[in-house]
Design a protein around this ligand. Sequence first.
Ligand code: ADP
Ligand code: MG
Length: 495
Amino acid sequence: MTDIWQTALCDLKAKVSAHNFDAWFRNIRFHHQQDLTVYLEVSDDFFKAWIEDNYLDLIEDALRSTTGARIEVVIDVEGAFDAISEAFDAVIDLEERPVAARMARIARVSQDDTQGSLFPERVELVPLGGAEIGANPVIRATLSREEELQRRIQAAGLNPRYTFEEYVVGPSNQFTHAACAAVASKPAQSYNPLFVFGGVGLGKTHLLQAVGIEILRNNPAARVLNLSSEHFMNQLITSLRNKDMNSFRMQFRNNCDVLLVDDIQFIGGKDSTQEEFFHTFNALHQGGKQIVVTSDKPPKELPGIEERLASRFAWGLIADIQPPEIETRLAILEKKAEADGISLSKEVGMLLASSIRTNVRELEGTLIRLGAQALLVGSPLTLDFARQMLKRMHVEQGRQVNVEQIIRVVAAHFDLKAADIKGARRTRNISEPRQIAMYLARKHTSDSFPELGRKFGGKDHTTVLAACRKIEGLVQDEDDQLIALIDELEALLIR
Ligand code: ADP
Ligand code: MG
C-alpha cells in the first residue's frame, strides 16, 4: 500500500531540509511491500547509492514509526523489481520474494563485474620506437596491464596521482565527489555534462582527472581527452593558422569519448573559441559522449560566456566544492604526509590546518616545504620548528590555543565550570576532565609544567606531570573512547 509510504514521506519531510527533500526524496517511488520489506524505486544508480549511503536509516525509521513494525527497505533502480519478479515468479513462491530480490541484485552486480574483462591481464604491443626492437618483429614488448594503463593515462593528458583514492572526501566536497564517481562509473549515462565549480585550490582539477583515470581503468579503450580551456583555445588558433581545422574537429568531435575541460572560465569573452567549443559540445553530446567541465564560478555567473553555452552547462548536473572543514583539512594533511614520507604529528597538523583554511594547494605546499626544511636541517618537524617556519614564510598562524581556552572547552564539554577544573575537588567527574585539560594544555601550548600548575589554579608541577603521563599512557594503550574524545576536543579548540 502506498499509503504507508505517503505517511512516511510526510515524516521525512519534517526531518530533512527542503532542499534535500526535493533533491532526494521526491525521486523515490514505492514499488511494493512484501511482509516486513518495503521495496522502493529510484531513477538511477547514483540516486540509489546516495540514498543507501545517506538516508536508508532515516527512511527505515520513518517507515517503522509509521507502521509500528520492523520494516526493512530495499532500494533499486526503476524496472529492476519488475524484471526480478518476472524471472522468479515462475519458480519461486511469493513468500520468498525478498530473498529472490536480493539474489537477483547480486546476479546483476556480478554481471556488471564481467565488463572489466574487456581489458585482458596482459596486453601485447608492438613498440613504437627503438631500432633494434622494431627491426626484429619477433621481439615484442609485453607491457603489464598496469604499465599500459599508465601509458594511456599520460597520453590522455592526466596526472596519475589525481585518483579518487588520493582524494579526501568530507562534507564540503561529498556531493561533487559522488557525482564525479557516478559519471566515472557510467560515462554519458548519469550526468551529462557534469559541471564542477569552486574556489582556487579546492580540488577541481584533481576530481576532473580522477574521472578520466577511473574511466580508463574501467575501459582502457575509452578515448579520454583532458585539457584546459586555454589549451583548447591554443590548439584552435594553431589549427586555424595552419588551415587544418579538419584534424582539429576530428580530434575533438570524432575521436573522443570523454572530454574533460578544466577552467572553462578562460574562454569567457573569446568569441571564436566559444563558438567552436559550442559546436564541439553539441557534437559530443548528441553522439552520447561524456563531457565534464570545471570552472571557478557557476555557469550563469561566468563573465563573457554566451547564454546558449551557459544554458547547455546546466543540462546535466552542476556541483560545487566548498572549502574543506577542519577535519577534512587534517585528513588531507595526513594523506599527503603519508604519500610524501613526512612524519607529521597531530599538533603540527593542527597548526597547519588552523592556519591555512581555504586553499588545499597552499595547505599541501606548506606541508611539503616544512617537511623539506626539517629534513634539510636534520630536525624533527616539531611544533616549535613549524611555528618558526610559518613565521618566516609569513603565514598568519591560526588562533593559538591558550590554557584558559582549553579549560573552558573541556569544562563546557563535561558540563562543569572552569572553576571546577581549576579547583581542588578530586571527585572522579572532575579529576578526569582536569587531567584531560592538563594533557591538552601540555600538548598544544609551550608552557612548562610549573607554569601549567599555576594556570590550573596553583597546583604543584608534579600534579600536572602525573596527569599528562596518565592520559598519554591511555592514548598509547589505544583507549578508543578517550582518543575519540580528545579528537573531538581538539577539533573544537582550533575550529
Ligand atoms: P583546483 O583545480 O580547484 O584549483 P586542484 O585540483 O589543483 O585545485 O587541487 C590543488 C591541490 O590540492 C592538488 O594537489 C590536489 O591533489 C589537492 N587537493 C585538493 N582537494 C583535495 C582533497 N579533497 N583531497 C586530497 N587532495 C586534495
Ligand atoms: Mg585547477
